[in-house]
Design a protein around this ligand. Structure first.
Ligand code: HEM
Length: 587
């Protein structure tokens, strides 16, 4: 643990707040010296002129403008009226101080200057204003990606990170999980909303032996849980809620996936599809929305010691406490019922993930266990990682089907050939969904263009290492830029075009250059998404039932007509505002 703490503190030195403090102190010193010079009035003019010239050569255009103003208007005045020296000197000192501040924080640290860097302020603006993903990619990342080894650096709230957009480098990183442990900076500061929800001991953030123990207990649950009946019933409920006309797909799929993860995760029905204003749904939304506020990530003290100043924030904390208390009770009850059923040898059909994890722990021969606290923390991350992501994937799939009527019809024909074309609702079985190969291609191509996680969580290089020939120093934060890797023209022909045939047998996806990884929607290697099959099964059931029941079109006045307007939210998750699709019943 000490080892990770050392890496942590090393990374913290690169946090964006620290240069601010260092600026304040160096600026004060600078100001004192300049004032001293000015007050003694000794040969001040030649010194000022030299400084101006030197700074002007190096400075950013904005600073150059300030210097030009100073040299054109203020300096001549100063030469005429000697009394004006003090204020003018102070302005000069401030301008130079700003320049120093700018260069100090906006340039990547020396050990990263051998790789391309994203513009600092553009990156910050994107982060804090929930910027549009495609604009950021087009203006900032693409020029860097296409003219480099696909390894670049950018600033984030965690500090300077090295991001990967190249398939070979991606493979090198993902296949050496031990050399790239998860960074603990991602968890958030102690006591914040984020940290209380997902920062506990769970499979997403743990490393080493603890991670292995969690994964060992959770893996069997995810290999056995294919609750297709649950997914089918929820889709039937969705049919009752949706009316013909413009449907906000993000809204309905977020509600459906919330009910799915509640029911299939730990046997709790949020009832979000039927009643989206009930206390549990609204409570969960308060927590989710609260976690997306960058201000509290940047200034965690507002979320902890000073939280009593912010009543809305307190409400979010209270909702989280209610949710965590509810999970505590569920876990205790589940342990008791499972033990009872074991004693009476009663078999359940579709078991939830929590039951399967408790059973897998009971079956462990080498005695690996998970405490109730650990079980709870894992349920929280299954929640966060599993429900918005799948809702996003479903929404984008329906969008692409609406945009490409030929693909929509081909999927419908395939599904009808398996489930029958009678005008009635049919719940597919696991076996039937596995036969839907074209639907599967559509899902994969959707996840390529619209990966719900635009970036992986950050890792920390455990030693000096090279990625695709680029040197990465020990202790450096590293991550996958999934969005820009999935659109890398070195891997994909016409990467912006939606083409499910890329994933046909023998298609482009199977013929990737080198031995890299160009499709990593669920990551890969030891730390691949544990919920991949759970999510894919859910998508197959929901999409196959929807294409049989409805035709889809993009409304004429949609802001997404040409391209989905995706926004960066938190943890590199992406959201879409107001994505409406026209639904028309077929029966
Ligand atoms: C379309 C849906 C989903 C996508 C695109 C997705 C994507 C990902 C990605 C990219 C990672 C790797 C993150 C990293 O290494 O930084 C990941 C990890 C993970 N995902 Fe998912 N996920 C999805 C659904 C789910 C579901 C349904 C669950 C659980 C119910 C889940 C649980 C997890 C967990 C626990 C991890 C961490 C695994 C580990 O580190 O051992 N995900 N997911």
């Amino acid at each position: 643990m000490n080892y990770y703490n050392n890496l942590y503190s090393k990374n913290q030195e690169k946090n964006i707040l620290l240069p601010t403090f260092s600026f304040c102190s160096s600026f004060s010193i600078f100001l004192s010296f300049s004032s001293l010079f000015i007050l003694t009035k000794k040969r001040i003019m030649p010194l000022v002129s030299t400084l101006i010239q030197k700074t002007n050569d190096l400075a950013h255009p904005a600073i150059q403008q300030i210097i030009q103003l100073y040299a054109t208007y203020l300096l001549p005045q100063a030469q005429r009226h000697k009394n004006a020296l003090v204020p003018i000197g102070t302005i000069a000192a401030i301008a130079l101080g700003i320049y120093r501040f700018y260069t100090k924080i906006s340039r990547a640290p020396a050990h990263l200057q051998h790789m391309p860097q994203c513009d600092y302020f553009t990156a910050l603006k994107y982060y804090f204003t929930n910027g549009l993903v495609h604009e950021y990619a087009r203006d900032v990342v693409e020029p860097i990606r296409d003219n480099s080894a696909g390894v670049y650096t950018r600033i984030t709230a965690e500090g300077w990170i090295v991001d990967i957009t190249d398939p070979v480098a991606a493979k090198q990183m993902l296949m050496k999980a031990d050399l790239f442990p998860k960074s603990i900076t991602t968890r958030g500061a102690k006591g914040t909303l984020i940290e209380r929800f997902v920062g506990g001991p769970n499979v997403i953030f743990l490393n080493g032996l603890d991670w292995k123990r969690h994964r060992k207990i959770a893996n069997p649950a995810f290999h056995r849980a294919f609750p297709v009946k649950t997914f089918g019933h929820l889709t039937q409920t969705l049919f009752k809620v949706v009316e013909d006309g413009d449907v906000d797909v993000m809204d309905i799929f977020t509600r459906l996936t919330l009910d799915a993860i509640g029911t299939a995760g730990f046997g709790f029905n949020f009832n979000a599809l039927i009643d989206k204003h009930n206390e549990w749904v609204e409570g969960y939304e308060r927590v989710r929305d609260g976690m997306m506020k960058p201000l509290y990530i940047l200034l965690p003290i507002l979320d902890t010691k000073l939280v009593h100043w912010f009543p809305k924030r307190q409400e979010a904390h209270q909702s989280l406490t209610n949710f965590l208390n509810m999970l505590d009770k569920i876990i205790i009850n589940k342990r008791e019922t499972i033990q009872e059923k074991r004693d009476k040898q009663i078999e359940d059909n579709e078991k939830d993930l929590l039951s399967l994890m408790i059973e897998s722990e009971m079956n462990e021969e080498d005695g690996a266990v998970m405490s109730n606290e650990e079980l709870k923390s894992n349920l929280c991350v299954f929640f966060l990682a599993g429900h918005d992501t799948t809702a996003f994937a479903l929404s984008c799939a329906i969008y692409e089907l609406a945009k490409h009527p030929d693909v929509q019809e081909k999927v419908r024909q395939e599904v009808n050939s398996i489930l029958g074309d009678a005008s009635e609702t049919v719940l597919p079985t696991v076996e039937q969904t596995k036969q839907m190969s074209y639907l599967n291609q559509v899902m994969k191509e959707t996840l390529r263009l619209h990966a719900p996680l635009a970036n992986s969580t950050s890792r920390t290089a455990a030693e000096d290492i090279e990625l695709n020939g680029v040197f990465i120093p020990k202790g450096q934060l590293v991550g996958l830029d999934i969005y820009n890797l999935h659109r890398n023209p070195k891997c994909w022909k016409d990467p912006e075009t939606f083409d499910p045939d890329r994933f046909a047998p023998g298609g482009e996806a199977e013929k990737q250059p080198g031995s890299g990884l160009a499709w990593v929607a669920f990551s890969n290697g030891g730390r691949q998404c544990i919920g991949v099959n759970f999510s894919l099964a859910q998508q197959r059931v929901v999409l196959s039932m929807l294409v049989r029941k409805y035709n889809f079109e993009i409304p004429e006045d949609s802001i997404h007509k040409e391209q989905i307007q995706k926004r960066n939210i938190i943890f590199s998750m992406i959201s879409i505002d107001d994505l409406k699709i026209k639904f028309k019943s077929r029966y």
